[in-house]
Design a protein around this ligand. Structure first.
Ligand code: FAD
Length: 299
C-alpha cells in the first residue's frame, strides 16, 4: 500500500514546527515515530496534505526530574528510552511496568511517548496509565501554551483536546507518594498485540491501613481510557482485603464498563477479563501500598 501524495516538512525547532502548523492547521499532521500514522496513511485512512516531521527537534526529546519529585518527559522521547530510564523507574514505576506491553520493542524503538498519548487509541496502554497517574500535559501552539490534566485530554474515540495547530510538547508525571501502590495488567492474544482488555491501578493506603485513594483506569473497553469510579468507591475507606478486592472488581465489570464486541473478543469475554484483571491488579497494588509504596529520592 502506498500513501496519497503529501508534502514533508522537517523543522529543526518547536517554533518552526508551530509556525508550519499554524499556516495549514486543517490539512497538516505532526509526524512523530510514525508507527500509527504511517500505517494509517498507507491504508489511506489518513490523507494529510502535509506532514510536519518532529524527528529533528532535539528539544522535544528528554526526561528530567521535576523539583517536586516527579518527572517531565518530552513528547518525542522514544518509548524504549522511557522504558529503560532509571529516573522513570524510580519516580513512575507504573510507566516502567507498563511499557513492555506496548507493541514490540522494534516499534517502541521508533514510537514516541507523546505520539502514543496524542494518538488516543482506545486500546493503547499509555493513555490509561497517564490518567491513572494523574499526569499533566503541556500543549503548545504558536504564541501560546496551556496545561491540561490527562483525564480531560481524552474526549472520545481517537479524539483529544488538541486543537488544530497545537502540539503535545511535554508530559509531567507526578511524584510517587509514600504508601502508594501501582499495578498494570492486560491480556492480548499474543504479547505485543493490542490488548483485549487492560487495567492500570494506583492505590494509596493511609497510615491506619485503609485505602484512602484508588484510581482504576481501563483500556479496550470503551472509546478511550475508562475511569472505574464505582469500583474505586467500593474500595476507598476499606482495609482492601481479599473479599473487598473481589467485590470492587465485580463492581468494575458489572457497572463501570460497557465493552464492545468485535472480531477479537465478545463483550461478555471482555467483561470477564475486566473482573479478573482488575482483581489481580488491585491485589498487587494494595500489597505494594502496604509495603510502603514507591518513594522517590527527594531532589
Ligand atoms: P505517530 O504514528 O507519528 O503519530 C500518531 C498520531 O499522533 C498522529 O495523528 C500524529 O499527528 C499525532 N501526534 C504524534 N505526536 C504528536 C505530538 N507531539 N503532538 C500532537 N500530535 C501528535 N500501541 C499501543 O499503545 N499498544 C500496542 O500494543 C501497540 N501495538 C502496535 C503494534 C503494531 C504492529 C504497530 C505498528 C503499532 C502498535 N502500537 C501500539 C502503536 C505504537 O505504540 C505507536 O508508536 C503509537 O501509537 C504512536 O506513536 P508514534 O510516535 O509512532 O506516533
Amino acid at each position: 500500500m502506498k500513501p496519497a501524495a503529501f508534502a514533508w516538512h522537517r523543522p529543526r525547532s518547536v517554533d518552526e514546527a508551530l509556525e508550519l502548523l499554524a499556516q495549514h492547521a486543517d490539512d497538516e499532521k505532526p509526524l512523530a515515530g510514525g508507527q500509527s500514522l504511517v500505517p494509517a496513511m498507507n491504508f489511506r485512512l489518513a490523507q494529510p496534505a502535509r506532514l510536519v516531521d518532529l524527528n529533528e527537534i532535539a528539544a522535544l526529546s528528554y526526561m528530567r526530574p521535576t523539583s517536586d519529585g516527579g518527572v517531565a518527559i518530552g513528547a518525542m522521547t522514544r518509548q524504549r528510552e522511557v522504558e529503560h530510564s532509571a529516573l522513570v523507574a524510580e519516580r513512575s514505576a507504573l510507566v516502567t511496568e507498563t511499557l513492555p506491553f506496548v507493541a514490540h520493542h522494534q516499534i517502541r524503538n521508533r514510537g514516541t511517548f507523546g505520539g502514543s498519548l496524542a494518538h488516543a487509541d482506545p486500546a493503547a496502554e499509555l493513555p490509561a496509565v497517564a490518567v491513572a497517574l494523574g499526569a499533566r500535559f503541556k500543549l503548545v501552539a504558536q504564541g501560546r501554551e496551556r496545561w491540561i490534566d490527562a483525564s480531560d485530554f481524552y474526549q472520545g474515540l481517537f479524539t483529544t483536546a488538541l486543537e488544530p495547530g497545537e502540539l503535545l510538547a511535554e508530559v509531567v508525571l507526578p511524584p510517587p507518594a509514600p504508601r502508594m501502590g501501582w499495578a498494570f495488567e492486560e491480556v492480548a492474544r499474543r504479547h505485543g498485540d493490542f490488548a483485549l482488555v487492560g487495567v492500570a491501578v494506583m492505590v494509596r493506603a493511609s497510615s491506619a491501613g485503609d485505602v484512602d485513594l484508588a484510581r482504576i483506569v481501563l483500556l479496550s473497553v470503551g472509546e478511550g481510557p475508562v475511569i472505574a469510579v464505582k469500583a474505586a468507591a467500593a474500595l476507598v475507606g476499606t482495609r482492601a482485603g481479599e473479599s473487598t478486592i473481589h467485590e470492587a472488581a465485580r463492581v468494575c465489570a458489572a457497572h463501570d464498563v460497557d465493552p464492545p464486541s468485535d472480531l477479537h473478543a465478545s463483550a461478555k469475554y471482555r467483561r470477564r477479563l475486566t473482573e479478573v484483571l482488575t482483581r489481580r491488579a488491585l491485589a498487587r497494588a494494595v500489597l505494594r501500598a502496604n509495603e510502603g509504596g514507591a518513594r522517590a529520592t527527594q531532589p
